[in-house]
Write a protein that binds this ligand. Structure first.
Ligand code: SF4
Length: 694
């Protein structure tokens, strides 16, 4: 809850930027090292003053930002972060939409930049938020505060083009090296881009490049010659890393942050990817458990292994690094082709197993039932290729070979870990993916791992998100993520409860009666769409139900002139959103990815229809394994995992509707279990709106 000592009148309006600047001069007795050792010096007064009426934030509108709004929750959040940074304590904050959380955390980090020796990392889940921070919020706050600090955007290595690898493809050998002739045209287009781009970053490409082509020119750890590379001085990746090393605030995404963290876990000396940081702020922290499970786990795919082998030699089109003359390369080509066949065979066993079970993903409990002849072949290939690579004189080509050799050995080790299930306390499963199969080993003890490698370090970790609590408590989130050594802060919503109402139909069958339920959903959706004349998100928990409703909605949409945008059809997610905003009477039918991270303020979105309470599919191996772990220690998987997860997801879906103080609308829930089941109250209590049976 917010601290009630804040009110607008409590703040003097005579705030002066010079005073602010003076206030941020480091204490004469306080060195940067002292600061990093968490002395008492708090930036709280400075942060509070910044957001106070008459404070510097008032200048935001004149600098192209939004007009000033007094937001007590924002002041409280900023002050709490300032304290946590100064004391080296961890902090977990639930900051509802409208609090202005990005400014609330950036300001203490900016003020900290003046006195800290190590940079702060800000990690976000989505690219949208990263872009907003780096291109809008940070430049604006730099102008307003007048503080001279440096911020940099960090992306994963593979986002940068490697000039050396590219040069191999644009040189004489390109026809042999390119796995397919169609790629030549794309490589040609890249040559124009390389002359223009400042950062060599994939996101700045103005045309689409096939992922397989990008794979050939992407910067890769194994494939990098570092300072020995002839392109080192102009290397896009090293230029970017230099920016990160000298920045005060580094904006990264969760994928990069956790990949870096995983490397730090394996190697204590590794300042692996990111610079040696002194504070971490994780925004969109509701995905923390899943991110950690993904990036601290193991993944092997047929596409990955075959891709590596194709780079060496692709028997389908006789291309690859081994397309050199000579007997040795002929023998090696035969070996690669043989290993490639073995890779298909290895994954085919898992594919067959998945298909037999009529699932998309299955737990692998008896790995001995899946023979592995691939590791041996990869090892043999490694030894033969090593000898061959030793004789290569051209440094660039040698590096390229050595990179594939390292890949082969990593696959051998990964296959060993998977088939012998050597990672403790993990779930091993196989999953179908487009064009193949992927094997995963995901840790189930994320809380134990994070409490040690993240929350028990010499830097404070601040977590924030709009949805972390269940029944206004952080217990569930902290239990799942291992959050410790700090405090929690739950902020009030700055919006009024009256801005929205929850409507629940009186007559609906139980969702367990699948056919009757689908019929009722199809019948009810148009009734509620008429209340707002479209302008609605209809959120589903399965594609099957979405497709059934889309079919039934065709006629009502035609009669009422509502454009229906259906996820999974022709438009991408961002194109659907653009179209939805542009067409005032459209309706959008979406599944998982529309429940969260979508921001449509204003009248365009006046109605959010939730078709079913979002309990996760129990069939997914990771979820099944988490449930089993709870069951094994005598707990209740439903109450300890499924229910709180569903409540959090429900809150995210509901949260799509009210995005500003002037928004209003209805939320419709076509699932009466919130009324008929005892646990239903948890859902109703988790949102601020009144409900009405209709
Ligand atoms: S230094 Fe590494 S990433 Fe950069 S161009 Fe050379 S090989 Fe590529």
């Amino acid at each position: 809850m917010i601290d009630d000592r804040f009110s607008e009148d409590d703040f003097e309006t005579s705030f002066n930027i010079d005073e602010l600047e003076m206030a941020f001069e480091p204490d004469a007795d306080l060195s940067a090292e002292d600061y990093d050792n968490h002395q008492e010096r708090s930036l709280r007064p400075d942060c509070e003053a910044f957001f106070a009426p008459g404070g510097p934030l008032k200048a935001a509108a004149a600098e192209g930002g939004r007009p000033y709004e007094f937001r007590p929750q924002q002041i409280q959040m900023s002050g709490a972060i300032a304290d946590a940074l100064a004391q080296g304590q961890n902090l977990c904050i639930e900051a509802p939409t409208g609090v202005g959380k990005s400014f609330a955390y950036l300001i203490p980090l900016i003020f900290r930049a003046k006195i800290a020796s190590r940079p702060a990392i800000v990690s976000t889940e989505t690219i949208n938020l990263q872009e907003q921070l780096i291109h809008k919020d940070i430049p604006l706050l730099k102008k307003i505060t007048g503080i001279d600090f440096k911020a940099a955007l960090a992306k994963g290595r593979r986002n940068y083009l490697c000039r050396r690898r590219y040069s191999l493809l644009s040189a004489d050998q390109k026809d042999a090296l390119l796995p397919s002739p169609e790629m030549a045209l794309e490589v040609q287009r890249l040559s124009v881009w390389i002359d223009k781009t400042d950062d060599g970053n994939r996101d700045s490409l103005e045309f689409r490049v096939d992922p397989a082509t990008w794979d050939l020119v992407a910067c890769e750890a194994h494939n990098c010659m570092g300072p020995k590379c002839p392109f080192y001085r102009n290397c896009f990746y090293y230029k970017a890393r230099q920016e990160w090393e000298t920045a005060d605030i580094v904006v990264a995404n969760h994928a990069l942050f956790f990949t870096d963290l995983a490397m730090r876990c394996c190697n204590e000396n590794a300042g692996a990817l990111l610079p040696n940081y002194g504070a971490v702020l994780i925004d969109e922290a509701h995905t923390l458990e899943n991110n950690a499970a993904e990036y601290l786990g193991l993944h092997l795919s047929r596409a990955g292994i075959v891709g590596t082998l194709n780079r060496l030699f692709n028997p389908e089109n006789a291309r690859g690094l081994l397309m050199r003359q000579g007997e040795a390369s002929m023998e090696l080509r035969a070996m690669v082709a043989d290993t490639r066949g073995e890779a298909y065979g290895f994954f085919a066993n898992y594919e067959e197993y998945i298909n037999r079970r009529e699932e998309t993903a299955v737990i692998i409990r008896e790995p001995q039932n899946f023979p592995d002849n691939l590791s041996r072949k990869l090892q043999q290939l490694y030894f033969e290729l090593s000898k061959y690579a030793d004789d290569i004189e051209e440094a660039g080509l040698k590096t390229e070979f050595e990179a594939q050799l390292s890949n082969c050995m990593e696959y051998v080790s990964g296959i060993d870990q998977f088939t012998n299930q050597t990672i403790p306390d993990a779930v091993y499963y196989a999953e179908s993916e487009r064009g193949g199969v992927r094997l995963h080993a995901s840790p189930l003890n994320v809380a134990e791992i994070l409490s040690e490698v993240l929350f028990n370090q010499d830097f404070p970790v601040i977590l924030c998100s709009a949805t972390l609590t269940v029944s206004n408590r952080f217990d569930y989130f902290c239990g799942r993520t291992g959050f410790c050594n700090g405090s929690t802060l739950l902020l009030d919503s700055p919006f009024r409860k009256e801005q929205a109402k929850l409507l629940i139909p009186r007559i609906m069958p139980d969702p367990s009666m699948a056919e009757e339920y689908q019929t009722a959903v199809n019948r009810e959706i148009p009734r509620f769409l008429r209340m707002t004349d479209g302008k609605a998100f209809v959120l589903f928990t399965s594609y099957k139900m979405l497709r059934g409703a889309a079919l039934a909605l065709r006629t009502p949409c035609m009669l009422n002139n509502w454009q229906m945008l259906i996820q999974g059809e022709t438009l991408t997610r961002s194109m659907m959103l653009k179209e939805f905003v542009n067409d005032p009477n459209s309706i959008l039918l979406g599944t998982d990815s529309f429940w969260t991270g979508v921001d449509v303020p204003g009248e365009a979105l006046s109605n959010v229809i939730i078709t079913k309470l979002p309990f996760a599919s129990p069939g997914h191996p990771l979820i099944a394994a988490r449930e089993e772990r709870i069951r094994n220690r005598g707990g209740s998987p439903f109450f300890e995992y499924d229910l709180p997860e569903a409540v959090l997801k429900f809150r995210q879906g509901v949260g799509r509707l009210i995005r500003s103080r002037t928004d209003s609308g209805i939320i419709v829930l076509l699932d009466r279990r919130v009324i008929t089941k005892r646990y239903g109250k948890m859902f109703l209590d988790s949102i601020p709106y009144q409900f009405e049976l209709i």
